[in-house]
Unconditional design. Sequence first.
Length: 330
Amino acid sequence: MKRMLSGIKPTGQLTLGNYIGALRNFVKYQDDYEMIVFIANLHCITEYQDPEELRRNLTDAVALYIACGLDPKKATIFLQTDVHAHAELGYIMACNTYLGELNRMTQFKDKSQKGEKNMTAGLYTYPCLMAADILLYDANYVPVGEDQKQHVELTRDLAQRFNNKYGDTFVVPEPLIAQVGARIMSLSDPSKKMSKSEESNKGCIYLLDDLKAARKKIMSAVTDSIGIIQLDKENQPGLYNLIEIGSALTGRSMEDIVKEFEGQGYGKLKGFVADAVCDELAMIQERYNQIIESRQIEEVLSDGAARASAIADKTLENVKKKIGLEIKYQ
């Protein structure tokens, strides 16, 4: 069985965009692939996080993974810091990454161009750690959004570079991008991705949002003055985003949704999308509350870390032997 790996960085509450673009797909994949899913808590601290808020977000992320349908018996779920090989291989990957490659990485490049100050070395080198996250598990596929594809491409380059230097060591992973819902945009500014770091909560729906609040956000979503329900991503990005959300959550094609609401006002379409969103959130939140009350998270993470470590430690040991970091005693 082919192996698939992914992780989410819970620097804030998980969003509808995380669910449609990542979590929901993990559930589909877990029956067809060996799924390894981790909470990327090391990646969280490239910028300061309030410790109590971070702990709460990590707990919620695990509970929501399970609430969204991931089965701990099928998928390996764990905290990144519970498997120490991530940090060690991350440093080794940094030593095999060129400065020019890191300078081109979108997040660092964008922040530098905006003149942001006090950026950390961790923010600069985190693509090396992300490569280690993937390569430790011989992952064949990594499901990502379009904005994260660059990181998988760097991981592929590093894997091939290491293999050429030291012999066949790493599986070269392939990015896997969902055709619908791969990148859900902000409801208040459809030119930007729906993000948990968004300054205004109006454009972002969180998985633990009050249902009335979530509905209000959908009904208040930015559209346009064209007044025609059609698929025109360039000229009607807000409308396109709403149709894409509705399609992702109902399983209906975007064309089918357009056909149903063609000639009707945006309000009716928004109502349809709001119903789909609230139905999904209600189901997730009910499961989430049961998981929090059951206190099963500790057991899930402990089992997941043990399974993940068995794979990761073996890979790291092989890497250290290949590059000469270990002394062979007689």
